[in-house]
Design a protein around this ligand. Structure first.
Ligand code: HEM
Length: 181
């Protein structure tokens, strides 16, 4: 089952959900770790390279995901989903899309602040669209990048706890239909 149905998520939605969840977790941990590295650490240059390439991969996946979501029906809510839970879940899901976009966009501006492009793995270079950005502006973008990433992580914890609550307390199919049939 490639597409979503009225009752379950299809293969593409599941693959996009779990691959992005994994990549975003890796990006978050990498981001936190990178801030503590000193210049002579061997990872000082390689980790940011991976962080930027994976960040660009995430924005490509996000574009595919939003297109897929808009062109596909969403499975209906289960009977155990209360109205307030549905509204909150919907709000957080929209917030995820917005935050991922803004986090990657701010990351792009930090990485190109000196007017240099970003390498997407060893495949191609994404050019900078600005010449040099003022240091105070770059710092401001850097701080927003970090704050948005932390906010995002907090919402992910809330989202995951809600999924686990449905699984273990309500004992419904919320988590199962995002994983298997
Ligand atoms: C970075 C991490 C995550 C992000 C960005 C994320 C995002 C989303 C989004 C946007 C949806 C709506 C469906 C869609 O558009 O694909 C969704 C659904 C769902 N997510 Fe996540 N998710 C993440 C991690 C997790 C984790 C760790 C769990 C479980 C422990 C989980 C469980 C679920 C479940 C069960 C649904 C289906 C809810 C329903 O039936 O309405 N997600 N997620």
């Amino acid at each position: 089952m490639i597409k979503n149905t009225q009752t379950s998520f299809g293969l593409i939605s599941k693959a996009l959900h779990w691959s992005m969840a994994l990549l975003l977790t890796i990006l978050f941990i990498m981001g936190l770790y990178m801030t503590g590295l000193d210049y002579y650490d061997p990872l000082y240059h390689s980790l940011p390279w991976w962080h930027k390439s994976i960040g660009l991969l995430v924005i490509i996946l996000l574009l595919i995901r939003v297109t897929w979501r808009l062109s596909n029906q969403q499975p209906e809510a289960l009977k155990t989903h209360k109205q307030w839970e549905q509204s909150l879940a919907h709000f957080i899901q929209q917030l995820f899309y917005l935050l991922i976009f803004l986090i990657v966009l701010s990351g792009y501006f930090i990485a190109t602040a000196k007017g240099k492009g970003i390498e997407f793995f060893n495949l191609l270079e994404i050019p900078a669209i600005t010449t040099e950005i003022k240091e105070e502006t770059a710092d401001l973008i850097g701080n927003s990048h970090e704050i948005m990433a932390i906010l995002f992580a907090l919402f992910v914890v809330l989202h995951a706890m809600a999924a686990l609550k449905h699984h273990f307390i309500d004992k419904d199919k919320t988590l199962i239909r995002m994983m298997t049939k």
